[in-house]
Design a protein around this ligand. Structure first.
Ligand SMILES: Cc1cc2nc3c(=O)[nH]c(=O)nc-3n(C[C@H](O)[C@H](O)[C@H](O)COP(=O)(O)OP(=O)(O)OC[C@H]3O[C@@H](n4cnc5c(N)ncnc54)[C@H](O)[C@@H]3O)c2cc1C
Length: 391
């Protein structure tokens, strides 16, 4: 049976970043994803915030033009214009970005198994046996062994369940269409629509950076039918966005965990990163920055644990350490999900146009909160770059 120090299930942003850091540290890593290729079935809009762009070296050619303008629309389409003096957002070209990161992983010695599904694990004395199923040519099972298992398998994590770690319980659902060739007046802009009839508990968006246009809706699954809501939203945009000559690229979508980072995300058999760990801002539903930061910490902790055998290293990887930072966002999420009446949202938007509250809106869109940086105290390993945030 093949043996690895670490097996990582899921090659989204979290799994790719963690795999690369562990590979660079000299550990034997296997990265597994059920997708045949990483540019297939992308589910994210891919908006990176300024803090991520500053702290991590995301390849420039995998990012669209910078966005400084945000327009927030009330249910009756009254506007609140927000402009930042900084480049606040860039929309990632996620297919090329995942592919580039995979290339970095392979250069760092990471073994790659595409088209392969994680099925189950069983814990033996000092190793974990992992059953994988390969899609090609009928489902073929294979077993590998590992010292440590990482669940980077997204919001509905099977690895979390099997390792008896915590599971996400609160979600919103998002769906969007990606277009090219859309002409829209003005500079690159993020248009956000607060309207409970199309996006109950979250918002609808048009993210237009001059190259790509992402049109989407998000909300609580029990309160709307996402695809129908998207179609209604797109139809209602006529006059603002002309889609007649646009080229429809793909439809994306999926679940977004919004209950805050989970508490119990690590044990001696494995740990969770990214959406599997609930590492998403409950307020903005942004998960890319948390993916990068939590995966950086995970790589440090895993390497320390495997190199020293000291299980206390895992104590640095507890959701309890981060949850306090999410308290106000969780509180605001509860508030937003309870404001379902358009008239109430209309009043909220009118309040946000007042100067004091406008600065609050600016803080939500342009603030630099997101996921906390965690300063772990382990002595740096000579081969390791994982203690700094820049990979
Ligand atoms: C519509 C939508 C728009 C979004 N827009 C933004 C945004 O603009 N900005 C932002 O910051 N965040 C956004 N988010 C959230 C963000 O996309 C996620 O938080 C982030 O992509 C999570 O990355 P991940 O690596 O944890 O998980 P994923 O990207 O979900 O990766 C999980 C991987 O695991 C694989 N996998 C799952 N199960 C198995 C299995 N059993 N065996 C093998 N492989 C498996 C999957 O194929 C997948 O490749 C959005 C989310 C949605 C749904």
């Amino acid at each position: 049976m093949e043996h690895y120090d670490v097996v990582i299930i899921g090659a989204g942003l979290a799994g790719l970043h963690c795999a690369r850091l562990l590979g660079k540290r000299g550990l034997g890593v296997l990265l597994v994803d059920r997708k045949e290729a990483l540019d297939l079935s992308i589910h994210t809009t891919g908006i990176f915030v300024r803090r991520t762009l500053e702290d991590f070296e995301i390849p420039d050619d995998c990012l669209g033009p910078a966005v400084r303008h945000v327009t927030l629309y009330s249910p009756s389409r009254r506007r609140l214009e927000l402009v930042s003096p900084h480049d606040e957002f860039r929309v990632g070209k996620m297919g090329p970005l995942y592919t580039r990161y995979l290339d970095h992983c392979q250069r760092a010695g990471v073994a790659w198994l595409p088209g392969t599904r994680y099925v189950e694990q069983s814990h033996k004395k000092d190793k974990i046996e992992v059953r994988l199923e390969t899609n090609a040519g009928g489902n073929t099972s294979r077993w590998v062994t590992t010292r440590y298992l990482v669940g980077a398998d997204g919001a509905n994590s099977r690895v979390a369940r099997d390792l008896e770690l915590e599971l996400n319980r609160e979600w919103i659902v998002g769906v969007e269409d990606v277009f090219t060739g859309v002409s829209l007046d003005g500079p690159p802009r993020l248009h956000c629509f607060l309207d409970p009839s199309i996006a109950p508990g979250y918002l609808a968006w048009v993210a237009h950076d001059g190259e790509e246009t992402h049109i989407g809706v998000g909300g609580y699954a029990a309160m709307f039918e996402p695809v129908r809501a998207l179609e209604r939203f797109e139809a209602g945009l006529q006059g603002m966005v002309d889609l007649r000559t646009a080229k429809h690229g793909e439809r994306r979508g999926g679940r977004i965990p919004v209950g805050g980072v989970l508490r119990n995300i690590a044990n001696q058999q494995g740990l969770l990163i990214g959406d599997a760990a609930g590492a998403v801002s409950p307020l903005t539903a942004g998960g890319l920055d948390p993916c990068m930061r939590l995966s950086t910490l995970a790589a440090t902790v895993i390497a320390e644990y495997l190199e020293t055998g000291n299980a206390e290293a895992l104590a640095a990887y507890s959701g309890n350490l981060f949850r306090a930072r999410f308290a106000s966002r969780l509180w605001m999420r509860r508030l937003i999900s309870s404001v379902r009446h358009p008239a109430l949202l209309e009043i909220t938007c009118a309040i946000l146009r007042l100067p004091f509250f406008k600065s609050f809106a600016r803080h939500v869109f342009f603030g630099r909160g997101s996921f906390p940086d965690v300063d772990v105290q382990f002595a740096p390993h000579p081969k390791c770059e994982t203690t700094g945030v820049v990979p």
